[in-house]
Design a binder for this molecule. Sequence first.
Ligand SMILES: Nc1ncnc2c1ncn2[C@@H]1O[C@H](COP(=O)(O)OP(=O)(O)OP(=O)(O)O)[C@@H](O)[C@H]1O
Ligand SMILES: [Mg+2]
Length: 225
Amino acid sequence: MDTIMKAKDIVRVFRTGGEDFTALSHVDMEIPRQSLVILKGRSGSGKTTLLNILSTLDAPTSGDVFFEDIRYGDLSVEQLEKLRRDNIGFVFQSVALIPIMNAYENVDFSLRLAGVPEEERDARIREVLALVGMDERMMHMPGQMSGGEQQRIAIARAIAPKPKVVFADEPTGALDTATGLRVMELFSSLIEKEGITIVMTTHDPNLMDMGDMLYEMEDGELTHV
Ligand SMILES: Nc1ncnc2c1ncn2[C@@H]1O[C@H](COP(=O)(O)OP(=O)(O)OP(=O)(O)O)[C@@H](O)[C@H]1O
Ligand SMILES: [Mg+2]
């Protein structure tokens, strides 16, 4: 198995009002390359905390995260930011498209942020909008799209700069089960076509067996289901 990311003995303690709260307790995790990894668990169990650490947004209290063979703890803040910019994409539950930009412009914006040169952007925008089945609605504004359509644009935006790993925290949380299933099918096809790896959280029992690997978080402890 080719492992793209690994977490070793991760502990995350939050200090609030002088009291320590252990949100993650000795978490070990392996993420196989080009796979769909699903993380389930009750509200408050630590899923977002773990995703934030894997995706460089937060640092563990102790333990190590590796991206390929790079240990986050060995990188400077600038190097970590560059690793994130070059390799990691994000999809959130609340879509957060820019409301005054149409679908095309929303994707273009993420490519500009990623520093993709202008002459490469147009073709890539059209390519990813076609991949998510939204190429005919390129000029639609977010307010003119359904929740599921907006989420597809958000996914197009996340994959456009060609990240190696996409972290999706409850990407189907605001969608009905049928639309959620379609997003999962889209993820599977993107993994195949674009070679990406997707790590997502969900509460929806209907979606949990659609991944290649299922982990469960319980009170900060992770088990491979
Ligand atoms: N910045 C913080 N400071 C203090 N406690 C925090 C902080 N972030 C999270 N926690 C606590 O850590 C625990 C895990 O939170 P986390 O957001 O990871 O849960 P979750 O599994 O993502 O829940 P949900 O399914 O509701 O999104 C919770 O008890 C939460 O209150
Ligand atoms: Mg969460």
